[in-house]
Design a protein around this ligand. Structure first.
Ligand SMILES: [Zn+2]
Ligand SMILES: [Zn+2]
Length: 760
């Protein structure tokens, strides 16, 4: 007879880990108990040595995959007399419990029940088990027990209670257990929110099939849904939301239905079926009959699979693809509250599919893509948060406030960084208000007590404003170094690296707008090795929505005659002179080294794109035009100016205009993309010969460009570089908070406020 005490750390809660241990112990005839505690899960087991050894082995080899065990520490302790059975005991109070689990998409067993007419949970929209169902979006406080969730108000019926207490049942200790008798209820409502007698699933499909817009209350907030094959329905949705030309995502009935529209490789299929059920950006098949308005002009479509029974109810034999987009006015936070839904979404919809369970945490769908077999984060939210990112050492307790666009913020505790759900663009008042309200709640949920606020250097970001109002000691971290830091933290890179950060815009230490940056260094010691030569951004922010302005700024310097002709041809002859005047007088024309703006300009020129509806639209269009059958690339020069490598984008633009008369847009796009890839490799090569490292980080919003990333990655590897891209953290500004946390913590510890040593 022996007794062992185990501390199993890193275990996520709400994944059925305690019931799993309970079953193992019963099987091995061991006595003892298990409970959640500050480290994760604490267990004491007692029995004969052989059974104990078997138990220990199975804990590590058979644990539910979502449990993500980090370590098991075991010690022999004195044997207890007269212990009967194995118990799951209440969580230890006071301590800091393991992290709450992210929402888990409905599992295969629960889907089978959902489609089984004999099952008592046949077509039950809230079907879940110990392995699946909402977790984060309904938790009020940790640890994850039903009483502290939005399920608390639903009293278990007798049959559910029996399942909950039966250790052989797959709903043993399932905190979200429910059934049609005792769980949440679903109904159809009219646009005013008044309940209708029609069966909810039939009514929902009737609205969708008639080309209507359906408001759907989910687990992280409201969605708006329309039939994805109906051109008029998708257009109606765009108009109702005030949505720009940005692509919508498609929710498909099942994998088979999805594959009728999208090409899916093995890695993409794994992601689509992952319990996180992210939206995966996939190549659309030629044969796909999705409405063109879903993803105008693009060859890529964001696709995902149902993660709740509510979503399964929306489909039948004929209806297999829906546009599913966040329920909000474009750019605002997802609607979670029922009254707000009626007010904001009511005027847009033909009906609502609603339920009576409260959404505790607003959580948008996550977006990822796969490239060269690796996952790249685009938006990290539902299914991933609040799982922390583990660093290799303890961090200073801090709040990282994030950037302005695609904001996420982060809190640190011990060696963990808790990245928040996607907060949206903080220049929208509604998004900022939600951000301000979410930070203290996030702090309470995760029991973090920040002692510092780390913020972007941009003085006008609302996240910077929040930091200033927090009352905490402040630290600023440069935007692009935060991008770089996020990849170092995410991929746990050791030693010196070269950072290639290509982005739309970020505030530089010289008060200019950076965005085409090459860094080298390690930890808190960085040098800005090179960048695109500065050009004026005509009219500041306005140039983002009117990419022709940036094209004009470059061409004014390198091809003024061509510019005059091009402007006249596009009816802009009158608009440029006042902007040119302003630039000469330094009025509202900040200097920028942005790569995002260079892409804008090339796209504007190649496609006569004068205005866009969202940042980067012209560049996305340009990427999708590329015709790789055309070879060739443009020349460029890298000059060493006072120890900094400068690349003049004007030279590239000049060659682009010469090609306009003789080459197709597709050929120009291919040449342009190859040029930027070649430029990345050349500059990295120069930096490598000086600093000696072959580790290269690629990050920043521009690398959402699949073609550019492919080309750069391939060419760098061919030259012997080791390429790192972010995996967990978004490659765009959604990853900034992680970099702020990682770099900020180190700077605070070492008392450093300027990582460039005054030479930014
Ligand atoms: Zn399940
Ligand atoms: Zn029940």
């Amino acid at each position: 007879m022996e007794r062992r005490r185990l501390i199993i750390s890193g275990v996520a809660q709400g994944v059925g880990f305690r019931p799993f241990l309970y079953n193992l112990a019963r099987k091995r005839r061991l006595t003892g108990w298990v409970r959640n505690n500050s480290a994760g899960v604490e267990v004491e087991v007692q029995g004969d040595a052989g059974n104990l050894a078997g138990f220990l082995n199975e804990v590590e080899t058979q644990a539910p995959p979502a449990a993500r065990i980090e370590s098991v520490v075991s010690a022999t302790i004195p044997v207890l007399q007269n212990e009967a059975g194995f118990k799951i005991t209440p969580s230890e109070d006071g301590g800091v419990p393991g992290s709450p689990l992210p929402d888990q998409g409905i599992c295969a067993d629960c889907i089978s029940e959902f489609y089984d007419p004999e099952d008592r949970r046949y077509r039950y929209p809230f079907n879940s088990c110990v392995r699946c169902g909402p977790r984060f979006t309904l938790i009020k406080e940790t640890p994850f027990d039903r009483v502290r969730t939005a399920m608390a108000e639903y009293q278990l019926c007798q049959r559910c209670r029996a399942e909950y207490t039966d250790f052989s049942n797959r709903r043993f200790h399932a905190q979200t257990i429910a059934c049609p008798q005792c769980g949440p209820a679903l109904w159809l409502a009219d646009p005013e929110g008044v309940k209708t007698p029609e069966p909810p699933d039939e009514g929902a499909r009737r609205i969708l099939k008639a080309g209507g817009i359906l408001g759907v209350k989910g687990i992280g907030g409201y969605h708006l849904a329309v039939d994805a094959s109906s051109e008029s329905a998708v257009l109606k949705l765009r108009e109702a939301k005030g949505r720009d030309r940005r692509a919508f995502a498609g929710l498909f009935r099942d994998l088979e239905a999805l594959k009728a529209h999208c090409r899916v490789d093995a890695a993409e299929e794994r992601l689509l079926l992952d319990p996180a059920r992210p939206i995966v950006l996939l190549t659309q098949k030629e044969a796909s009959n999705l409405a063109k308005a879903v993803n105008p002009g693009l060859k890529e479509v964001g696709a995902f699979l149902p993660y709740t029974g509510i979503q399964l109810l929306l489909f039948d034999q004929d209806l297999t693809a829906l546009v599913m987009t966040s329920g909000n006015r474009s750019g605002e936070p997802l609607t979670v509250d029922d009254a707000a839904a009626i007010e904001i979404l009511g005027p847009m919809v033909d009906g609502f599919l609603v339920h009576d369970r409260q959404v505790i945490w607003r959580c948008d769908d996550s977006v990822v893509r796969v490239q060269k077999g690796k996952t790249i984060g685009i938006r990290r939210s539902r299914g991933y948060v609040p799982a922390p990112l583990k660093m290799d050492r303890d961090l200073v307790p801090l709040l990282a406030c994030g950037a302005q666009q695609k904001n996420t913020f982060a809190l640190t505790k011990e060696r963990y960084v808790y990245l928040s759900p996607h907060q949206g663009d903080l220049d929208r008042v509604a998004a900022y208000l939600s951000y301000r309200e979410t930070i203290p709640r996030w702090q309470r949920l995760l029991r973090c007590n920040p002692e510092y606020a780390v913020h972007d250097l941009h003085p006008d970001y609302n996240s910077t404003l929040y930091a200033r109002s927090s009352g905490l000691p402040l630290l600023g971290v440069q935007h692009h170094l935060a991008h770089l830091g996020s990849v170092i933290a995410d991929r746990r890179i050791k030693g010196p690296v070269i950072g290639v950060i290509l982005d739309g815009s970020g505030y530089g230490t010289d008060a200019k707008i950076w965005g085409g940056e090459f860094f080298a260094g390690a930890e808190c010691n960085w040098e800005r090795k090179g960048h695109l030569r500065y050009y004026p951004l005509p009219g500041g922010e306005a140039a983002i929505k009117e990419p022709w302005r940036m094209a004009a700024a470059y061409l004014e310097a390198v091809a003024p005659e061509f510019l005059a002709e091009w402007l006249a041809g596009n009816g802009l002859a009158d608009q440029w002179p006042p902007l040119r005047q302003a630039i000469r007088h330094g009025i509202n024309a900040p200097e920028t080294s942005s790569m995002g703006r260079l892409f804008d300009a090339a796209a504007a020129l190649a496609g006569n794109i004068l205005e866009v509806s969202y940042e980067g639209e012209a560049a996305v269009w340009f990427e999708h035009q590329a015709d790789l059958n055309h070879s060739g690339e443009y020349c460029f020069e890298v000059s060493d100016v006072g120890g900094k490598l400068l690349i003049d984008p004007g030279m590239i633009m000049e060659q682009t205009c010469r090609d306009l008369r003789r080459l197709s847009t597709g050929a120009i796009s291919a040449k342009f993309h190859r040029t930027i890839a070649a430029l990345i490799v050349r500059v990295c090569d120069l930096i490598r010969s000086e600093v000696g490292t072959d580790q290269v980080v690629l990050a920043g919003g521009v690398f959402q460009n699949r073609l550019l990333l492919d080309l750069a990655w391939e060419r760098l590897e061919r030259k012997g570089f080791r390429v790192f891209i972010p995996e967990v953290a978004p490659v765009n500004d959604g990853g900034i908070a992680l970099g702020q946390a990682w770099l900020g913590s180190m700077m605070i510890e070492r008392g450093i406020t300027d990582v460039f040593g005054g030479a930014g």
